[in-house]
Design a protein around this ligand. Structure first.
Ligand SMILES: *Cc1c(COP(=O)(O)O)cnc(C)c1O
Length: 478
């Protein structure tokens, strides 16, 4: 019943789209075909349910609703209020958070909201108080300069990009590295693991206003109680960005000191990664910060994406089902199977393994850069992304690593055996790929030569697994 409803709904929607711009309808069909036929190992991607996807395609997209529930700058927001209230309520229940702000359009937006909330809450600025009473349009350039001075030079300590941190955690070229005076903590050069003693020492010396924890490419769990202790000792606000692992928190794989929500003053996240919701962001906060976070709009946001907030509510309702906990546990178990698959075949993993949803494969032992490995794998239908390893000799563009995550294929139903085969296929590709040469004949970090027949062999083996675990099994487009 549901299958045929979904099939006819999407088939008809594509017909409606094709009547206006057939090339977009065609690209949409092709995207489904491509996602169905490739081995998606990108650690930040997933497959949302048809209910979540469909919720995004409605007239809620047409409604402006700047402000907060019951306090909007536009008329006629009663249904958006229902949506936002439900999304926030599900989020608070799901994560046990005192307060949830579901308006951010993305993970980066969520982090900007959190940063400005911390500044507004913690930085004493008589000038800011005066400014808030004024019409912003009347501020002169000199006013802005004073404000920048009073707000500026606040300190932020975050995890470095090559240790697995995110751009928004103080990386120089990102706004977070410009609006804050930033320093970074890394991982232990021997073990690749977070060294809490070293983080504490750096925090004592640097005395940051904001301590950021969380990562995009660190294959281990973090003890957030320890991070909070460090923050408390130096009087910092602890902000945890759980964009990557929110699904493991929601699914109760990370509990106790591994659950950031009770320990962080503010927890930010995306909703589309392991959490398997629509593309978007969210901020969870302790009461102390709620009023500041609530001013996300107009502070850094404009109108919320009401259709996406609706889809967040649907996704959170799904994540509150017991089946989501089973899913999250499988995501972590499968990452272990993938890691074991590599280790038994002699490959090197950063930190020697994983205890979350991702592994970071160091491809230098294959004589390749991350860029070459990523391209060769793609030729064989294996979709990954290259990633720096700690102290990467090849820098952030070519890199020496490939990051692989299990959330997406776990949604398709892959288990232990399949992930062992995935490791086998990847090792097959990489050990049959040679680094190429530049036009001048020197070693190239980009070009590569994939051995004859390897792509065909690997594509055939992955097709067998993909056929056994189809994406959206009941969905047939006419
Ligand atoms: C993905 C990610 C983000 C950014 O999310 P977008 O929705 O792409 O803006 C922020 N922080 C971390 C840790 C992430 O992994």
């Amino acid at each position: 019943m549901t299958d045929s409803l979904i099939s006819s709904a999407y088939s008809q929607a594509l017909e409606v789209i094709a009547a206006v711009e057939p090339r977009i309808a065609e690209a949409t069909r092709q995207e489904l075909a491509d996602q169905r036929s490739s081995l998606k190992l990108i650690a930040s991607e997933n497959y949302a349910s048809p209910a979540v996807l469909m919720t995004m395609g409605t007239w809620f997209s047409d409604k402006y609703a700047e402000g907060t529930v019951g306090h909007r700058f536009y008329a006629g927001c009663q249904n958006v209020d229902t949506v936002e209230t439900l999304a926030a309520e599900h989020a608070r229940e799901l994560f046990g958070a005192p307060y949830a702000y579901v308006q951010p359009h993305s993970g980066i937006d969520a982090n900007l909201v959190a940063f400005w909330s911390i500044l507004a809450n913690k930085v004493e600025s008589p000038y800011l108080a005066r400014m808030q009473a004024k019409n912003v349009n009347e501020l002169s350039e000199a006013d802005w300069e004073t404000l920048r001075h009073e707000f500026g030079n606040q300190r932020l300590l975050g995890m470095s990009l090559d240790a697995g941190g995110h751009l928004t955690h103080g990386f120089r070229p990102n706004i977070s590295g410009k609006m804050f005076h930033q320093q970074q903590y890394g991982t232990d050069p021997e073990t690749g693991l977070l060294d809490y003693g070293a983080v504490a020492a750096k925090a004592r010396e640097f005395k940051p206003l904001v301590l950021v924890a969380g990562y995009s490419a660190y294959p281990r769990r973090v003890n957030f109680a320890k991070m909070r202790e460090i923050a408390d000792e130096v009087g910092a606000v602890l902000m945890v960005d759980m964009a990557h692992f929110a699904g493991l928190v929601a699914g109760k794989v990370f509990t106790g000191e591994e659950d950031p929500v009770p320990y962080a003053h503010l927890t930010t996240t995306t909703t589309h990664k392991s959490l398997r919701g629509p593309r978007g962001g969210m901020v969870l906060a302790q009461e102390e910060f709620a009023a500041d976070v609530d001013r996300g709009c107009p502070m850094v946001l404009g109108g919320p994406l009401s259709h996406v907030m609706a889809a967040k509510a649907v996704a959170f309702a799904e994540a509150r089902q017991p089946s989501f906990q089973t899913y999250a546990q499988k995501v972590a178990d499968n990452a272990k199977s993938l890691a074991e698959g590599f280790l038994t075949r002699g490959a090197n993993l950063v930190t020697g393994g994983t205890d979350n949803h991702l592994v970071l494969l160091d491809v230098s032992s294959f004589g390749l850069t991350g860029r070459q490995a990523e391209s060769a794998l793609l030729d064989a239908g294996v979709v990954t992304n290259r990633n720096s390893v700690p102290a990467d000799p090849n820098g952030a563009w070519y890199t020496s690593g490939v990051r692989l995550g299990t959330p997406a294929l776990t949604t398709r139903g892959f288990g232990h055996e399949e992930f062992d085969t995935v490791a086998e296929l990847i090792v097959d590709v990489l050990s049959n790929t040679e680094a190429g040469t530049t036009k001048a004949g020197g070693p190239s970090k980009a070009s590569y030569v994939l051995g004859d027949g390897v792509a065909d062999r690997v594509t055939k083996q992955s097709a067998e697994m993909l056929d056994k675990h189809p994406l959206y099994p009941g969905l047939v487009l006419s």
